[in-house]
Design a protein around this ligand. Structure first.
Ligand SMILES: [Zn+2]
Ligand SMILES: [Zn+2]
Length: 295
């Protein structure tokens, strides 16, 4: 699973940072989380084809998270996009999307469907992963997302080769969790496979700190978190978080890695924010535009 940070600034774009957008590539699925203004160009720079997008997950409808959507949909329409774009977001998403597309001469060449999500729900599942959302505390309805990869079974070749079985369609059955019989001998799935636990990625964008976030992101392998402010501006944080709020959530939720993002344009460098967070939670990184992480 590859995660690319396409935009890491808060409300205003800066010379170094585009407004919010994150792209997760998982097999055939391309999941775009938010689509701030300029996201398409960031994708071009990274060589990510817009047609790779299968799902658009919207955290909320503040401009820094959604102003790139009409442009993206127009480009998909001009790119022989064969899929139906699945758009997920908070309440009123359908109305917002319709209004956005009414604001210009949209040719409407692509198929899309919008699903408005409940505050706490599992809203998608396939053979590889499950997607969940949860309501956050922001000025307007805003959702956190998490992707939980399903556990996989790897063939224990050292064991199966004792039965003369190294390459065979039957191995596929074992990977599906079923014991098999080969040349009259029973091969137990528990002995013949090794469990590879699935990873958990959590994305918490605009929110004020809230106790319930810890539970939602519990044991994340990667936690991506709003860090609009530095801890010395805690009184101004409003409906956002500071670098230390994020670090504390990472620590309390027993997450493995934290990436701070959504930085206010007031910070020319975020080195101090990073340094301070690391004192609370060592495995912290500060997101940069076009940064890539493999999980
Ligand atoms: Zn924002
Ligand atoms: Zn916001």
């Amino acid at each position: 699973m590859k995660i690319t940070f396409l935009g890491t600034s808060a409300m205003l774009p800066t010379k170094e940072r585009n407004p919010s957008s994150i792209f997760i590539e998982y097999g055939k699925e391309g999941i775009l989380i938010d689509c701030g203004e300029g996201t398409q160009r960031q994708m071009r720079i990274k060589g990510i084809k817009p047609t790779k997008i299968s799902k658009l997950l919207i955290t909320h409808f503040h401009g820094d998270h959604v102003l790139g959507i009409p442009g993206l949909m127009q480009s998909l329409g001009a790119s022989e996009y064969q899929k139906t774009l699945e758009i997920y977001g908070p309440e009123k998403s359908s109305t917002y999307i319709k209004s956005m597309l009414k604001g210009f001469a949209f040719k409407g060449k692509i198929k899309y469907k919008v699903q408005e999500l409940k505050n706490s729900s599992k809203f998608f599942s396939n053979d590889d992963f499950i997607l969940y959302c949860k309501g956050l505390k922001h000025d307007i309805p805003c959702l956190a997302y998490s992707l939980i990869e399903k556990d996989k079974l790897k063939i224990n070749i050292d064991y199966t080769k004792k039965f003369g079985l190294t390459k065979h369609p039957l191995l596929g059955k074992l990977q599906k969790g079923k014991s098999i019989t080969y040349q009259g001998k029973k091969i137990d799935v528990k002995k013949a496979t090794i469990k590879k636990p699935g990873k958990k990625i959590s994305i918490i964008l605009d929110t004020s700190p809230d106790k319930s976030i810890e539970k939602f992101v519990l044991n994340s392998d990667l936690l991506i978190c709003d860090s609009t402010w530095s801890s010395d501006t805690i009184n101004r944080r409003g409906s956002h978080m500071t670098n230390l709020d994020a670090a504390n959530i990472a620590k309390k939720s027993k997450s493995k890695k934290l990436i701070l993002t959504h930085f206010s344009q007031r910070y020319k460098t975020v080195n101090e924010l990073l340094k301070e967070s690391k004192k609370v939670f060592k495995e912290t990184l500060a997101a940069e535009d076009l940064m890539e992480i493999n999980v």
